[in-house]
Write a protein of this length. Sequence first.
Length: 59
Amino acid sequence: MNLIQYFRDSRAELSRVSWPTRQQVLEGTQAVLIFVVALSLIVYVLDLLFSNVIQLVLP
């Protein structure tokens, strides 16, 4: 298969792709950001908790 045929096939395949709408992309991005912030807060609180427990256990 030559290079030109490869690009033709690639272009044909990309025309069959079901691309998300702008609204779907924004909603997905918002969900990811909320999840990342929530998970970061959970890790931060657990880090504070474990560091305090370790300081109480170790003199």
